[in-house]
Design a protein around this ligand. Sequence first.
Ligand code: SF4
Ligand code: SF4
Length: 399
Amino acid sequence: MLMKDVKVSNGTKIIPGFAGGKNNSVNIKELLKDIDVRRLRRSSLNIYPTDYCNRRCPFCKLTGVLTTEEDRNDMTMKDIDTIIDFCKRSRVNQISILGGEPSHHPQIVDLIERIYERGLCVGIIFTNGIFDNDELIKCILRHHIPVNMNYFPPDEYKDGQLELVHENMRRLFLESGDLKGMVGQKLSKGRKFALSITFYKPDQEYQYIIDACLKYKVDSIRWAASHSSTTQENRHVDFGLLRQMVPLTVNFVRDAIKAGISTGEECGLVPCILTKQEYRFLSRFTRGFIFRCEPILDVFPDLSVHYCMGMPIVSWITKENTLSQILLEQMIISEYFRRRPRSKVCLKCEWWQNKICQGYCLQYKYDKDNPEDRKLLAGLKWIEDRRQKSKDRCVIHST
Ligand code: SF4
Ligand code: SF4
């Protein structure tokens, strides 16, 4: 069904609308061998309604592309209609809302209502919880929308923010508690709500988030080791630091499990840095513990679609294209980088040979000064353009 989207002539790829233009000379036939075409259907995608964030965490993958409040870009109602049209012709029925901080989009409630009016639903909302918007809370509760809230050490909040976050947790997590057995059932067993933590230093504290889960009856924590932003300006865990992060993550998962809280991980570790015992423990007690990634499909306010907000593989929503076409394009490009070993050590490793591990995050595998890599990575130009348009991109605080 999808092969018609790719015209292969003499092993040279030509994909209509291909981000890198039609002069790239990657051997598609060869790359397609490792792509499971059954993975070219998805039922959901993520939108970033705004590129403004009121917190700007030091580890954020949007570091360097977030805007100031004056300079922000917000999705319009017309944009959301374009995205919904795209979803309908792609047979996607769920839109998740991430950010930038989505609660600070000036029409966030209208935007959510439009998604429902047009027959789709919201998969999940990710928020930092620092918002004062009664209508939004009512809207989330009315539609039973799952919420994932980033929660930070209490002493990192300022000027009444902590009180606001706790009040929002109370309303979102406790007031809708009686709904968990209904709509949340499939998602959950409790996973309708989760708190979220990103690890970026080996001595990071985490007990506070377990305590908050217990207080607000949230029984799931999403965790991840911080990966680099496309601008590589955020605090991130490169391969050198990764092993040092293992005791922290193992202790965290152990303490969460002891407290009755389940954990889920996002594209974090690799097997070779774990002892057998650590590997068995983490793979048993952490959802999503895998070592290869797929396109996450994050849609920005300008309707660019990103592999993830760290890897500069970018496509665009047009009036005609579908999610499967974008997925195929991004899987081909990512496969090109995935096949590049992290080091010679990977080539001798059975995790690599069996295609279970991709040799850590793809973001560490390209060279932005290499012309061949640049041709494929339209996201590099996207970032440069964004940064040029505004000299006043966000300045990240460090902790
Ligand atoms: S493929 Fe490379 S990064 Fe992955 S486990 Fe093997 S040596 Fe480690
Ligand atoms: S490139 Fe892959 S592993 Fe790296 S952050 Fe993106 S999705 Fe995760």
